[in-house]
Design a binder for this molecule. Structure first.
Ligand code: APR
Length: 175
């Protein structure tokens, strides 16, 4: 099966996809990192919509306009409380709920950052394993998603995701 999962290094706000995923907190306050880039390039509409939707539960995801981004939507994946830290469970849930919201909207393409691995201090290798695990599970069921991009910010992150993908999809070597 041609993989619907793609990895690239770059700025997620430049992606021309149906939805860009924000590394969000439960207050939906767009701070620095991915959120700061989305706020800067997407314009004030996004935070205004977030203010109407906030707060959301830890591990939930909220959908807003993409504002001035190329993306139609931003899906805010809340893997942490403001000032808190991301955990394996909150990251798994936030990834799962983001994919569900994309499917509910019938989206065809989505771009994820390495959620939790910046301000929230979550280890990159664990993030890759958890996010890709959830994504592979989602792709086993019928979904509108045809292209799922992971947009990494440096070579180490890109290698971590490519390695995690290899491990998760390695065929059981014949005995
Ligand atoms: N494009 C792609 N990846 C990016 C970009 C970008 N423009 N900017 C940063 N990154 C990378 C970081 O290098 C890190 O690996 O995204 C990953 C996530 O980092 P953060 O954006 O800091 O997200 P997170 O660790 O989940 O912390 C979220 O930070 O900015 C606040 O409001 C935000 O409270 C929330 C918290």
């Amino acid at each position: 099966m041609i993989s619907r999962i793609h990895f690239l290094k770059g700025d997620i706000t430049a992606m021309d996809v149906d939805a860009v995923v924000n590394a969000a907190n439960t207050d939906l306050q767009l701070g620095s990192g991915v959120a700061g880039a989305i706020r800067a390039k997407g314009g004030p509409l996004i935070q205004e919509e977030c203010d109407r939707l906030a707060p959301i539960a830890l591990g939930e995801a909220a959908v807003t306009t993409g504002g001035r981004l190329k993306a139609l939507y931003v899906i805010h994946a809340a893997s942490m409380q403001l000032g808190g830290r991301t955990t394996a469970e909150s990251l798994k849930l936030a990834t799962h709920n983001t994919l569900l919201h994309a499917e509910e909207k019938g989206l065809k393409s989505i771009a994820f950052p390495a959620i939790g691995t910046g301000v929230a201090g979550f280890p990159m290798a664990d993030c890759a394993r958890i996010m890709l695990g959830e994504t592979l599970e989602h792709l086993k069921v019928r979904t509108s998603l045809e292209k799922i991009y992971f947009v990494l910010y440096d070579d180490a992150a890109l290698q971590a995701f490519e390695e995690a993908y290899r491990q998760l999809t390695a065929r059981a070597t014949p005995a």
